[in-house]
Design a protein around this ligand. Structure first.
Ligand code: NAD
Length: 358
């Protein structure tokens, strides 16, 4: 029996999470596994209900679960709350920190049926398969923040960016090991020409590389990487980078897959893994059944693989998604001429149905 905490959150989170649960229930039936789902409040929805975006009960539930499935949090309704009560700062960051989820894995894979859905040329993206390993519990997002008034009547805002050797080493080791299981190429992304934390990052990576002579290591500045991802994404196998660079580069990389609605993620490192799509709560399409649930469904597949070691089950979900894309079913974000438009629930139904029939 695997205990799964389900935190739908805000906006489209409430629409996509049930489709991932539906998928896991189909897996349960098909393979005879046993999952216990317990839902809890998080984000703006939790703030509205109990006055805090990460209620104690939610954190407790997460700590005693085997894995967490999260939808997305945040939205304009909660943007003007004091910083510590804003969903992202008050819930997502502490959840990552409390559970020591320092490694965020974002596989960026183009499913063959989706070549036409991307805005990029076929020859550039065909065969793209990149794993981005993003540091998730350090850097600018977790640094001290402050504001002060200035003599000219304006304000000065400060965010502190810091990384220790220990923090860099543990994520980079993770990335080297991941590269070993793939094509043995690791690109470390930093801004070592300007930023001191990046200089320490590069020195640490270079030192560690001596332990991994079988992995080909390159270093790249983040601005160049942003350009190279669009120019020639197939040069990358595994990318490792710090928190904010990883956040930005993976949104960019999502377009190599056709839509940000296709990019899953796994946040691991501590005892409990957290699985969530790479996108946010998409307030612009929330409540309209237009959201693509596949990033969340593929995150559930990562949960089966990384938290429960259920490789066959994980692979079946990925194969079913691949086949459904080939057959031409599309949520609006991926829609092209000649394809079949489906809504969020219909996409989830198709996945569950195919799992049961497989
Ligand atoms: P977003 O990722 O929510 O949306 C960006 C664009 O992508 C929007 O046009 C949206 O409609 C589209 N999109 C996103 N997911 C989609 C899906 N599954 N299917 C189809 N289209 C999809 O980013 P944003 O608009 O910058 O942020 C909205 C809110 O989400 C903000 O409050 C932000 O802080 C929050 N956010 C939360 C997380 C998280 O929960 N991990 C991550 C990023 C942003």
């Amino acid at each position: 029996m695997y205990k799964i905490a389900v935190l739908p959150g805000d906006g489209i989170g409430a629409e996509i999470t049930p489709e991932a649960v539906k998928t896991l229930k189909a897996i349960e039936k098909r393979f005879g596994n046993s999952f216990e789902f317990t839902e809890a409040l998080v984000g703006g929805t939790a703030y509205d209900a109990v006055g805090h975006p990460l209620p104690d009960e939610t954190l407790e539930l997460c700590k005693k679960s085997d894995a967490i499935l999260l939808g997305a949090i945040g939205g304009p309704k909660w943007d003007d709350l004091p910083v510590e009560l804003r969903p992202e700062v008050g819930a997502l960051l502490p959840l990552r920190k409390e559970l020591d989820l320092f490694a965020n894995l974002r596989p960026c894979v183009l499913f063959p049926g989706l070549i036409g859905a991307s805005t990029l040329k076929e020859e550039v993206i065909e065969g793209v398969d990149i794993l981005v390993v993003r540091e998730l519990t350090g850097g600018l997002y977790f640094g001290e923040k402050s504001r002060e008034k200035t003599a000219d009547g304006g304000q000065k805002a400060t965010d502190i960016l810091s990384y220790s050797t220990y923090e860099i080493e543990r994520i980079v080791r993770f990335a080297f090991n991941a590269a070993r299981k793939r094509n043995k190429k690791l690109c470390s992304v930093d801004k070592a020409n300007v930023i001191e934390t990046s200089r320490l990052w590069r020195e640490t990576v270079t030192d560690l590389a001596k332990e991994y002579p079988d992995v080909e290591l390159t270093h790249m500045y983040v601005d160049n990487c942003a350009m190279q991802l669009i120019r020639n994404p197939k040069q990358f196998d595994v990318i490792v980078t710090e928190n904010m660079f990883g956040d930005i580069l993976t949104d960019e990389a999502s377009m190599l897959t056709g839509s940000i609605g296709m990019l899953p993620s796994a946040s691991i490192g501590g005892e409990v893994g957290l699985y969530e799509p790479s996108h946010g709560s998409a307030p612009d399409i929330a409540g309209q059944s237009k959201a693509n649930p596949l990033a969340t469904i593929l995150s559930a597949a990562m949960m089966l693989r990384f938290s429960f070691d259920l490789e066959e089950e994980a692979k079946l979900i990925e194969d079913v998604v691949r086949n459904i894309m080939k057959e031409g079913y599309r949520t609006p974000d991926l829609m092209e001429k000649g394809k079949t438009l489906v809504n969020t629930v219909q996409m989830g139904d198709l996945i569950a149905e195919r799992i049961l029939k497989s």
